[in-house]
Design a protein around this ligand. Structure first.
Ligand code: ASP
Length: 332
């Protein structure tokens, strides 16, 4: 168990928060102090990240290293391991919340995945950073401290991401800046709230969607899957003749792998170049599920064009997670 020694202002707690380490820049280290670009993500053990972080009076903190990677390399094996540990700790009566330290690059996908499969009634807060531990002024410690404050907030539940004092819901959050400390945005939905000096202010009510799910059954289903479906993302753009989709179908025909789904990042309101459209129709005719999203940063695909069963309000990368889970039999 980790003993923080630093006590934050705010409510007194008698519970336990479990911190799961996944790596990322928040655990990154550079050989040269102050280097903000030439560092390696996922170096510092999660237990060390907690040193000196203030937590609520009486709060017990436990930590566990689940992975230690740059989140650009995240895969479903990491997600399965993480979801198992999150589900395990949330099922403990003495645990109030789980905090996850994670890289920023794919944090939105992990947040959406965990929310979809676990729908936690307790808070699961993802903390990240844009500067490594060795930066002259790292942002990780503040973000981690903020994550503890959000985890202790009465009424907080489900998976959220905290960065630069902003609280984002799993469904809406996206990384929108390559280097800024405030790298995330929640699009039209807006952030859930802010956290400052251990106090949380909410701008809208905490999302209630689908709280009733049997997380243990969902985990059993994920665990027993022989393989996770292959779902690729293709982008509609000028001069798109569908060559990538045709190449994928050709590989499938050779038996190189099974292609199960395609997410299209369409233009505007889900429109698709006629060349790509023809290749997608061919894929659909061969049994590949097609889901239409938009490459626009904001707005929903209100109506999928003609030949496609559905559009989505999700970004292409989250639509890929949603389609993967649907193909695994885990969907709303
Ligand atoms: N590449 C890093 C990661 O996602 C970036 C970060 O954490 O900010 O792990």
């Amino acid at each position: 168990m980790f003993d923080s020694k630093n006590v934050a202002d705010g409510p007194i707690s008698s519970g336990c928060t479990v911190v799961l380490g996944m790596g990322g820049t928040i655990a990154g280290r550079a050989t040269q102090v102050g280097d903000r670009v030439g560092y390696v993500a996922g170096q510092v053990p999660v237990n060390d990240l907690l040193l000196g972080i203030p937590t609520a009076q009486g709060l017990r903190v436990e930590s566990e290293q689940v992975a230690q990677i740059d989140s650009k390399d995240m895969g479903h094996r990491h997600w399965l391991a993480l979801a198992e540990r999150v589900a395990h700790h949330l099922a403990r009566q003495d645990v109030d919340a789980v905090v996850i330290t994670h890289g920023t690059d794919t944090a939105e996908e992990t947040a959406f995945f965990l929310q979809s499969v676990l729908r936690p009634s307790k808070p699961v807060v993802i903390a990240c950073a844009m500067r490594p531990v060795t930066a002259l002024v790292p942002d990780g410690p503040q973000n981690l401290s903020d994550a503890f404050s959000v985890a202790q907030h009465p009424g907080a539940h489900g998976v959220v991401l905290v960065c630069a004092g902003w609280i984002h819901a799993a469904h809406d959050v996206a990384k929108v800046h390559t280097t800024d400390l405030n790298a995330f945005d929640s699009g039209d939905a807006g952030a859930l709230g802010r956290v400052m000096q251990h106090r949380v202010s909410c701008f809208r009510s905490w999302p209630q969607e689908g709280l009733a799910i049997d997380a243990q059954a969902a985990m059993a289903q994920l665990r027993s899957a022989e393989r996770w479906p292959r779902v690729e993302v293709v982008v509609s753009h000028t001069d798109n003749d569908g060559a990538l989709v045709k190449a994928l179908l050709a590989q499938q025909a050779l038996g190189a792998y099974a292609l199960d789904g395609l997410v299209v990042a369409g233009t505007g309101n889900g429109t698709i170049h006629e060349g790509l459209q023809a290749a997608l129709l061919e894929a659909q005719a061969q049994g590949v599920k097609v889901l239409v999203s938009s490459r626009c940063a904001r707005g929903h695909v209100r109506q999928a064009p003609g030949d496609w069963p559905e559009g989505t309000d999700l970004s292409p990368v989250k639509a890929r997670v949603a389609l993967t889970l649907a193909l695994l039999g885990l969907s709303d």
